[in-house]
Design a protein around this ligand. Structure first.
Ligand SMILES: *[C@@H]1O[C@H](CO)[C@@H](O)[C@H](O)[C@H]1NC(C)=O
Ligand SMILES: *[C@@H]1O[C@H](CO)[C@@H](O)[C@H](O)[C@H]1NC(C)=O
Ligand SMILES: *[C@@H]1O[C@H](CO)[C@@H](O)[C@H](O)[C@H]1NC(C)=O
Ligand SMILES: *[C@@H]1O[C@H](CO)[C@@H](O)[C@H](O)[C@H]1NC(C)=O
Ligand SMILES: *[C@@H]1O[C@H](CO)[C@@H](O)[C@H](O)[C@H]1NC(C)=O
Ligand SMILES: *[C@@H]1O[C@H](CO)[C@@H](O)[C@H](O)[C@H]1NC(C)=O
Ligand SMILES: *[C@@H]1O[C@H](CO)[C@@H](O)[C@H](O)[C@H]1NC(C)=O
Ligand SMILES: *[C@@H]1O[C@H](CO)[C@@H](O)[C@H](O)[C@H]1NC(C)=O
Ligand SMILES: *[C@@H]1O[C@H](CO)[C@@H](O)[C@H](O)[C@H]1NC(C)=O
Ligand SMILES: *[C@@H]1O[C@H](CO)[C@@H](O)[C@H](O)[C@H]1NC(C)=O
Ligand SMILES: *[C@@H]1O[C@H](CO)[C@@H](O)[C@H](O)[C@H]1NC(C)=O
Ligand SMILES: *[C@@H]1O[C@H](CO)[C@@H](O)[C@H](O)[C@H]1NC(C)=O
Length: 706
């Protein structure tokens, strides 16, 4: 009883409180509690009198063009905002800045074309975002960033072409992503990958962990399945995958790599002609497979598929052969005869473009593809650049049927006239006929531009100790590498001595405290695969004249050779002028100037050579003078007659010897009989004369006989 009373009381209270609010309900709208319905009222702008307590605002089916009609700041209570079926063409930046409570935002059937980056960044609680049936062709990088609780993102019936990590960025909590009926023809290889390449390193690889069914039906995803591989990597937990109606003709062996948990795969409404061996081996949990095609080539290449279908017990009744003739119209699963490969009706490439092509900007390039088929049906070529079909390719097609009518050969030549940077990319030709599609290898065209200098180094002259600047930069495609050489080599004295500063961004380098050893020819080369250019600049380091060794005062004796030295530094090399006592030295046969005037030699000096000698250095930067006082002393003996000295010495010695002998004889005579001595003396009558010229060895010998 008490409970019932309480309940009744509650209801009355609720009616009261809601009617209190209903009081401010705009006349043109209807309100229920905090729900405000303003739908189908032909509003062209959002009414300004919507109360600020509104939690659910329904504005659908009006003609609202702008979201800036009201001050959204007032609506901080909003939990649901329905704007379907209006004429909104853009969402201004920060439009929903204050709607942090918003759970549901519906913008279906408007005129949106672009979703700017970070448009929804404040909607941290939003769980549902519907953008169906707009004309969205571009989702900028990080369009949905900030939607931390997003569950459901509906983008069906727009004009999207690419599924890319760049706009999927930040959608970690997504459970349902719907993209059917767009123009998707490209799924970036890393689209589903984890977000660890961004700054969010803590997020696990299974970003789309709880992603429910992924509906990509009725797009143009054929390239992805036919040619690329591994694009679904990262969708590990995806269970249901719908790819119906995508014009897929053949299924690549690697098409479904990464879809380990897929149990339902719908490939219906694709006219599939061929399925490569083990194409479903990466989808081990598959329980339901839908393939309905009437175009299947039932040849030996499908034997595995038939076996696999039997193993899996899939009953693909609507998978019907178109080839060979005797199997046309038969369901594959009912084929009992052996599947054979007698002929090859699917196009077979016999020529395809080179994998790497380098072209100079402005050149013409042709890419050739030729294919053969055992079927006589027409083969059609198309060309892709970076996985997108080239809209109006400049092609030349040549076809030719074998005279015995057993095969066709068709070639397509793609002409790229005067290529520029925008032509660079990966090219591929795709050839199809009724029996299938064959993809050529990809040909990477690089468009190169010969390097050209923007700044080339200039000849520089600096004074020693100053800083020299050398600059060099070049443009080209790819951007050329800049290298420096000095005098053709890699030895930079300034680098060795850590006096070199390189400014990598400015293409400049500085030599600090320049020295003469830095002088030389500096060559800057700019190099890229197109070629190389070189520019030379000479660096000249100038130096004031100076003396490497100070000049010294010296003394000489007359007759000596006087050597005067003046070791000069300076660049340019200073001129040297010699002065004696203020007068220029006159060159005579006694005055020699050698070693570029750094040495003066005066031979056979005479006393008058004494004086103050000045060495005067002069170059464009200055002058310097050094002095040396030279004294030439007179000669005290005649050094010119050596023979005389020798003779005098010998004579002196002889005289001395004679005197000694005379003394000895005199002493001896006192003890010996005199006659013997007499005889001896008689044998040497002119002892003194002989000794004057040269000592007589015989004489001294005979004396020993004594
Ligand atoms: C949309 O509003 C118009 C009036 O503006 C109304 O006639 C029409 O029935 C409404 N359509 C829907 C689907 O509510
Ligand atoms: C709504 O506006 C009234 C007065 O303008 C103000 O007192 C009230 O706090 C506002 N409520 C909200 C939820 O902003
Ligand atoms: C997938 O999208 C297509 C086209 O919008 C639709 O017909 C189909 O029912 C959707 N499938 C699922 C399972 O939602
Ligand atoms: C497949 O899903 C199950 C649970 O549904 C999960 O435990 C498993 O890790 C998933 N497998 C892969 C490869 O992610
Ligand atoms: C193929 O399958 C799709 C989707 O399952 C279905 O809508 C369509 O009618 C089928 N087409 C044929 C020719 O069986
Ligand atoms: C598949 O092929 C059949 C006949 O060849 C054609 O009628 C049908 O439109 C094709 N379907 C698709 C989705 O291309
Ligand atoms: C089918 O042909 C292949 C090779 O031509 C042969 O190895 C295989 O045994 C044949 N199978 C049947 C069932 O005839
Ligand atoms: C490139 O082709 C155009 C048009 O065919 C021609 O006018 C031009 O001379 C060609 N240029 C070179 C570099 O061959
Ligand atoms: C390259 O050529 C295309 C058309 O041929 C032109 O639109 C584009 O501006 C050119 N780009 C450059 C960088 O010259
Ligand atoms: C630049 O100098 C190098 C040697 O240092 C020489 O081989 C080269 O020919 C010179 N180049 C130019 C353009 O003067
Ligand atoms: C730079 O110096 C070299 C010799 O060192 C000379 O041949 C050349 O002409 C000079 N260049 C300029 C632009 O003065
Ligand atoms: C020094 O050399 C300069 C030229 O380099 C010349 O003009 C000047 O007269 C010279 N001075 C003397 C004192 O020789």
């Amino acid at each position: 009883m008490v409970g019932v009373c309480f309940w009744v009381f509650n209801i009355i209270f609720m009616i009261n409180s809601s009617s209190a609010k209903t009081k401010d309900c705009p006349e043109v709208c209807s309100c229920l509690g905090t729900y405000v319905h303003c739908g189908s009222r032909k509003f062209e702008t959002i009414p300004s009198n919507i109360p600020n307590w509104t939690t659910h605002l329904i504005l659908q089916n009006n003609s609202i063009k702008k979201l800036t009609d009201v001050n959204w700041k007032h609506f901080s209570e909003l939990k649901e905002l329905i704007l379907n079926k209006n004429n909104i063409a853009s969402i201004p930046k920060d439009a929903f800045k204050y709607q942090t409570q918003l759970r549901i935002l519906e913008l279906n059937r408007n005129k949106l074309t672009v979703i700017e980056a970070l448009t929804f960044k404040s909607l941290q609680h939003l769980s549902t975002l519907k953008l169906k049936r707009n004309k969205i062709n571009e989702l900028m990088d990080g369009s949905f960033y900030g939607l931390k609780k997003i569950d459901k993102l509906i983008l069906d019936y727009n004009h999207l072409k690419v599924i890319s990590k760049r706009w999927l960025y930040g959608l970690e909590t997504l459970k349902q992503l719907s993209l059917s009926h767009n123009y998707i023809n490209k799924i970036d290889a890393d689209a589903w990958e984890d977000l660890s390449f961004n700054s969010l390193e803590s997020i696990e690889a299974d970003t789309f962990k709880n992603l429910g069914p992924l509906n990509l039906s009725n797009n143009k995803i054929w390239w992805t399945i036919e040619d690329a591989n591994g694009v679904f990597q990262g969708l590990n937990d995806l269970e249901k995958f719908f790819l119906a109606g995508n014009k897929i003709k053949s299924i690549n062996a690697d098409a479904f790599v990464g879809l380990k948990n897929v149990t339902h795969l719908n490939l219906g409404n694709n006219n599939i002609t061929s399925i490569q061996n083990n194409a479903f081996s990466e989808v081990p949990l598959l329980k339901e497979l839908i393939i309905n095609t009437t175009s299947l080539i039932c040849d030996c290449n499908l034997r595995w598929f038939l076996d696999w279908l039997n193993l899996k017990q899939f009953k693909l009744q609507a998978t019907v052969c178109a080839y060979p003739d005797w199997l046309r119209g038969q369901s594959l699963v009912e084929v009992t005869s052996n599947l054979t490969c007698d002929e090859l009706p699917k196009p077979r490439l016999i020529e395809e473009p080179d994998p790497e092509i380098m072209a100079l900007k402005g050149e013409n390039i042709t890419l050739n593809c030729r294919a053969m088929s055992s079927s006589l049906g027409a083969m059609t070529f198309l060309w892709k650049k970076d996985n997108i079909e080239i809209a109006n390719p400049n092609v030349l097609v040549k076809s030719h049927t074998d005279p015995d009518g057993k095969s066709t050969e068709t070639g397509s030549q793609l002409n790229l006239i005067s290529v520029n940077h925008s032509d660079a990319g990966k090219y591929q030709c795709v050839v199809s006929n009724n029996y299938g599609t064959t993809y050529s290898q990809k040909s990477t065209i690089s468009v190169l531009v010969y390097p050209a200098f923007i700044k080339s180094p200039k000849n520089v002259t600096v004074q020693a100790g100053e800083t020299a600047k050398l600059e060099c930069s070049a443009n080209g495609e790819p951007v050329p590498e800049i290298a420096w050489h000095k005098d053709g080599g890699n030895d930079f004295p300034a680098a060795r001595e850590r006096r070199m500063q390189v400014m990598p961004l400015d293409d400049v380098f500085f030599i600090i405290n320049a020295k003469p050893s830095d002088m030389g020819v500096y060559s800057c080369t700019a190099h890229n695969p197109a070629g190389m250019v070189m520019a030379n600049a000479s660096l000249v380091v100038q130096e004031k004249p100076s003396f490497a060794k100070s000049m010294e005062d010296k003394e000489f004796t007359a007759g000596e050779h006087v050597v005067l030295q003046c070791q000069a530094n300076g660049l340019p090399k200073p001129t040297i002028t010699w002065l004696k006592d203020g007068e220029a030295i006159v060159r005579t046969e006694r005055h020699f100037f050698i070693h570029e005037d750094q040495l003066v030699i005066i031979v056979d000096s005479v006393q008058s050579d004494s004086g103050v000698y000045e060495c005067h250095l002069n170059n464009s930067l200055g002058e310097e003078t050094g002095r040396s006082r030279i004294i030439v002393k007179p000669n005290t003996y005649d050094t010119s007659n050596m023979m005389g000295i020798i003779i005098i010495t010998v004579v002196c010695c002889a005289v001395l010897t004679s005197i000694i002998w005379v003394v000895i004889i005199y002493q001896t005579r006192k003890r010996m009989p005199p006659p013997v001595v007499q005889t001896e003396l008689q044998e040497f009558p002119d002892l003194s004369d002989k000794a004057r010229s040269a000592p007589d060895p015989d004489a001294s010998l005979s004396r020993q006989h004594f």
